[in-house]
Design a protein. Structure first.
Length: 330
């Protein structure tokens, strides 16, 4: 692994990363937006939050080192199964005239904005960049999307006590053992990837015990684990990442997973290319999703002009195999 450093002006940027196996030519691509904040700051500020699987003091410089810490990044921001320890890293940026004592508080809240975890610490700032790390016990938190909020307050400014805030989202997904109780949720989670035989089998468990449902799900996911010798089930982790993204990106009047775009994304993953046509004089807005590694092409049209794109080509993806795209993250 290596680092690439370069300077760019503040603003919002789109980052696209693509990984390709040169042996079999299979690839996987992701695209996200990020904001580069102005620097130097006027007084003080917090950098974006980096979620991590582990943070340890380390004096040896490596690609994972930051200001005396070795950080094992949690790139997909998912905790839970085999990642029950929650860690994060941020930096307090300050100008010399604002050096002194700062209080940094952090809290974890759920989708209903209910406080789940609260903690903090007082730190002494004597440099332009001061690292701040935190951890939390998430063992009692349920599956779902959570928000980590950091609030930094300048305690040395006795008159104003100015504050800055930064926040970001992450997910908690526990192992199959926690899924048996919610039958409808478990059915939704496997709907697009299960075979007809598996779906029929799970339908028969609607009135079964939690233990019977759990046993079914344990076997269901174990059969799809691409690397059984590792503690993580890479297939399952990627599937839940897609579910979360589909709900966030394509949801409106109905949940994102139920939309055509959401279904295709969950089944086939990130397209290699998206050809967008949001403004046309003679046609409704449309998008073309291209999966070069599989030879698949999907056309979505916003027929009513309300931002909900329906798939018009092909009429069904039933003949397309998910095995092609699923191999990209095995």
């Amino acid at each position: 692994m290596s680092k690439v450093r370069f300077q760019i002006p503040p603003g919002v940027y789109k980052i696209k990363a693509k990984v390709e196996d040169r042996h079999n030519k299979k690839s996987y691509a992701v695209e996200e937006e990020t904001e580069i904040a102005p620097f130097p700051i006027e007084k003080f500020g917090l950098t974006q939050i980096q979620f991590a699987e582990l943070i340890d003091p380390d004096s040896i410089e490596t690609p994972f080192s930051k200001h005396g810490y070795r950080i094992a990044p949690n790139a997909d921001r998912t905790f839970g199964e085999n990642r029950a320890d929650f860690f994060f890293y941020s930096e307090l940026l300050s100008t010399p005239e604002n050096y002194g004592d700062f209080r940094i508080d952090y809290r974890l809240s759920n989708e209903k904005d209910s406080l789940c975890v609260e903690n903090g610490a007082t730190i002494s700032v004597n440099d332009p960049v001061t690292p701040f790390t935190g951890s939390a016990d998430i063992s009692n938190l349920k599956d779902g999307t959570y928000t980590l909020t950091l609030v930094a307050e300048n305690l040395s400014d006795h008159e104003q006590h100015e504050k800055v805030v930064t926040h970001d989202e992450f997910s908690i997904v526990w192992s199959q053992i926690s899924w048996g109780g919610d039958y409808k949720e478990a059915y939704r989670q496997i709907l697009y990837i299960a075979s007809d035989e598996e779906l029929d089998g799970f339908k028969k468990l609607e009135d079964a015990t939690d233990e019977e449902r759990i046993d079914f799900l344990v076997r269901f996911w174990a059969k799809r684990d691409p690397i059984p010798r590792t503690p993580q089930n890479e297939y399952m982790q990627e599937h839940f990442r897609r579910l979360q993204y589909a709900n966030e990106a394509f949801g409106s009047t109905i949940p994102g997973w139920r939309t055509d775009m959401g279904r295709i994304y969950i089944k086939f993953g990130e397209p290699d290319e998206i050809d967008r046509h949001p403004f046309n004089f003679d046609t409704a807005p449309y998008e073309i999703w291209l999966y070069y590694r599989c030879g698949y092409r999907f056309v979505f049209v916003d027929e009513n002009g309300y931002g909900r794109y329906n798939m018009v080509e092909p009429s069904t993806e039933g003949t397309y195999s998910t095995e092609c795209t699923n191999r990209a993250y095995e």
